[in-house]
Design a protein around this ligand. Sequence first.
Ligand SMILES: [Zn+2]
Length: 440
Amino acid sequence: MSTLLIRGGRLIDPASGRDEQGDVLIENGRVRAAGGSLSVDGAEVVEAAGCIVAPGFIDLHAHLREPGFEQKGTIATETEAALRGGFTTVCAMPNTEPAPDTAPAVEGLMQIVAQDARVRVLPVGSTTMGRAGKQLAALSELAEAGVVAISDDGTPVEGGHLMRNALSLAGALGLVLAEHCDEPSLSGKGSMHEGAVSERLGLAGQPTAAESAAIARNIELCELTGGRLHIMHVTAARSVELVARAKERGLPVTCEVTPSHLFLTDEAVAGNDATPAYDTSAKVNPPLRTEEDRLALLAGVNSGVIDAIATDHAPHAPEEKLWEFDQAPFGISCVETALATVMTLVSRGELELGAALRALTQGPAETFTLGDHVAGIGTLAAGAPADVTVFDPVERWTVDASRFASKGKNTPLAGLELQGRVRAVVAEGQLRHAVEAAHV
Ligand SMILES: [Zn+2]
């Protein structure tokens, strides 16, 4: 196999506490050495001067849409999008048709992955059969089939008793239960955050309590059962506070936040000079909240209470987002803008660089204990799988959705200038993506 030398970058590897100038040498699909000045005759060279060299990003939460919703996205298109965004590992959410609720369904998905995927895809099984929230999926069968977590994402597990059983059984099998925490009787038909902006726009809102009440219940059930609970896409200050308290008590609780919720507030729905009001590309579930919430999410990443930045990448076919605001589907296509969103926040002093990179690498790897599936994932230590993302931290570029590899052009960031651009990505030992530096 080929030898690859990534030369002259700033290595930042949160898992090994490293931040220094140096090279990375890749051989036979593994990191052979990292740090200092390295050279090998005949190696293919990736010049990384002026760039940050980090472990390939890991996305705990992406909707790849296949099988079943290929008009929105396919394994091929959405993993190409992930690759361009710097993600070398993607956990595939289970709201597909069929849902991955049995071993054969997971195997069917992994057959498409083997053929088409541009990055490593790790399957997340569904918590209940058909994600219908009635009866538990074949969890032990799913664990054996290699799922890295279980989730009914998009729909919460409503019944407390069912959730108790799910956490109990998942815990016994060593699986994390990743939950979209929502109390449907409170969120109702709300299409955005319930607050001043929803009132102004005359849209039905989802109160913060719909999320925090569900988180509180699920933390109680985590304590009761000892099962590992991962709270997906926290959006509210109150939610971060609940997770912080649960962690202080030593409970096996983790959580993630999306780049969209770190960057935007419910004001995005009201539009601005560039985008019209009732912008459906800003419709996401759970919804964009207030500035106070956004600041709490940023603080949560910086302090480590929030374990991972996960995209919740949710591509839709363009015509679907043309529906009226309350009819349009929820979701943002964001895997290709995630890094730039994060780096723009770093440039503003809102996010700390080290904490942000930890939340894209080591944090997610530990959250789903991905090392049990892919030994050494999430670091640049010698012997680790060669997944490396090289990015220019200062290059500025304007978001143009028509240039996305994703089928989903649904971004509320269109036309915005962001900072930070992926330059080269090594995935599973291969240089799969490389772009020339704009300023050279
Ligand atoms: Zn969700």
